[in-house]
Design a protein around this ligand. Structure first.
Ligand code: AMP
Length: 173
């Protein structure tokens, strides 16, 4: 666990709504050494495994996710909110505290023989990442694991991910 990364992550109270302690990674992104350290730490368990794609979740999962893909030597696949991807998509719903939300992936983004790492900046309730894993599995691709910069442990989001799946977290709060 990186104390430097932990210290750089900024907690913004009551954003985007009252009661949310928002974990802001922009100070990490802005600092060249911390940016490199974050990418190094995220990919460390997943080097030389033959991962072919990193799936990054909109929108903050795009930033480090694309850098992780480049570092691993894999391609990058965006998972997005509905209506953002231009070509044919597959979609998954997940439960929110009140209601449900949906994410989409291009249906031709993954082949069945691919090995995939799922990434987001934060795992909170885990619903989004679990839905992203289901999108990967629906294409017949294999999951190598999930990598998050920050886990909000009190929400126990990891309970929603496949139990045998390697789950890598750089900073727990
Ligand atoms: P989850 O509840 O795990 O499905 O998280 C939903 C999305 O919201 C993920 O993309 C997280 O990156 C983001 N998110 C949830 N809670 C926070 C938080 N406290 N600070 C920053 N991002 C968050």
């Amino acid at each position: 666990m990186s104390d430097r990364l932990r210290a750089a992550i900024r907690t913004v109270p009551d954003f985007p709504k009252p009661g949310i302690q928002f974990k802001d990674i922009t100070p990490v992104l802005a600092h060249p050494d911390l940016l490199r350290e974050a990418v190094d730490a995220l990919v460390a368990p997943f080097l030389n495994l033959g991962i072919t794609k990193v799936v990054g979740i909109e929108s903050r999962g795009f930033i480090l996710g694309a850098m992780m893909a480049e570092r691993i030597g894999a391609g990058f696949v965006p998972v997005r909110k509905p209506g953002k991807l231009p070509a044919a998509t597959i979609r998954e719903q997940y439960a929110l505290e009140y209601g449900a939300d949906t994410i989409e992936m291009h249906e031709d983004a993954l082949d069945a023989e691919e090995l995939v790492l799922v990434h987001d900046d934060v795992i909170a309730t885990g619903g989004t990442a679990a839905a992203a894993c289901r999108l990967v599995e629906r294409r017949g691709a294999r999951l190598a694991g999930c990598a998050f910069l920050i886990e909000l442990t009190f929400l126990n989001g990891r309970q929603h991910l496949p139990p045998a799946l390697p789950l890598h977290v750089v900073v727990t709060v």
